[in-house]
Design a protein around this ligand. Sequence first.
Ligand SMILES: O=C(O)C1=C[C@@H](OP(=O)(O)O)[C@@H](O)[C@H](O)C1
Ligand SMILES: C=C(OP(=O)(O)O)C(=O)O
Length: 432
Amino acid sequence: MDKETMTASKALRGEITVPGDKSISHRAVMFGAIAYGRTTVNGFLDGEDCRQTIACFQKMGVAIQYDRKRGTVVIDGRGMEGLNEPSELLDVGNSGTTIRLMLGILAGRPYFSVAAGDKSIAKRPMARITEPLRSMGAHIHGRRNGTYTPIAIPGGENTLMGIDYSLPVASAQVKSAILLAGLQAEGKTTVREEYRSRDHTERMLQAFGARVDVSGNEVSVSGGQSLQARDVEIPGDISSAAFLLAAASVVHDSSLRIKNVGVNPTRTGIIDALMAMGGDVTFENERILSGEPVADIVVREKTLNGATIAGSLIPRLIDELPVLAVVATQAKGRTVIKDAAELKFKETNRIDATTKQLRQLGAQIQATEDGFIIEGPTPLTGAEVSSYDDHRIGMAFTIAGLIASGETTIHGAQASAVSFPEFYKTLRLLSE
Ligand SMILES: O=C(O)C1=C[C@@H](OP(=O)(O)O)[C@@H](O)[C@H](O)C1
Ligand SMILES: C=C(OP(=O)(O)O)C(=O)O
């Protein structure tokens, strides 16, 4: 396990880009693989999770050429029917998005397949996927009756029926899996959610020529539709930019411009949260790229106040909550983060990992059933912490290390390769 040691940072200044959006990169490969024709993807995220998605679809016989240096992926899709039975295990590594979306595709295929991943994936809940897919008629086996990986799909005669499903928790992964199964089902499939989760699947399916009806928090597709290949330009990942937005908001005198970031409204909760805390964040050069809103984001250091982060905001910043908790330790007054019990089911239990380690650094933070209560501002003091093999935890504590006195050592810092391979290099560049 490698480690990184951080000390209090000088002002972060400059103009940079962040790697491609992870959610959109996964979808571009999957939808390209099940479409007819050649899809060229530019700006693909060269992270471990997205590379697992490429490898899984290659194992199903899809011709995928990946030029890592250029960030270009060329996929020659032969339609859903063109996927072949994989002769090996479909290994998703650490990636929840890969396994959950892929199961929506596999559920309707006539062949045998098994999907599994690393130790963290083995602990993450899969019933949220296997239950609705079974109610569409899919045959699925899995550890503890399909609650955990490995998950096996026996194949054979597999006729799926459309369903009308209300999501018990806001989850774009579950919504997407059901829609992908819905494309292979008889009749109409509708997914309803209380709060809107990221809508990259809806947007990209439409861009690939599918009819997707969206009305409020309800999305429907009809079965029997096929996708047509199209080129995809992937914007920078706002979830990666979030670490820099957080750092620049709290490190004295910082000012950054992060270019070409995806600012889909279902993903910009971190901006709304920082603004609610009194932060200084603006969008410039707003435009649309492959059906997704994109902008340059300008952020400046500002004195922050505590705020309540809850309800419909939560799915819009779910992956940003650990670093937002770090920011909240520097805000004046109380920050309450609630309705975020989903944090317990990510790569690690992010409520526990964040609370335990921020306390070690001297923060006043209390874990609750569905979030945190943080009192600020408190000076942080460096300590030895761990990524818990979770990229978001490792990077959040790296940002904490930039504002703590003394040294903060992050063990397992290599976890950042999952979503932001050049994270440490980028931080060093900005504080030179
Ligand atoms: O659909 C996606 O690309 C993702 C959805 C979210 O997960 P849930 O669907 O479990 O909320 C998010 O945490 C994950 O990083 C990516
Ligand atoms: C939860 C995450 O990803 P996944 O569910 O794809 O593992 C994440 O990137 O923070």
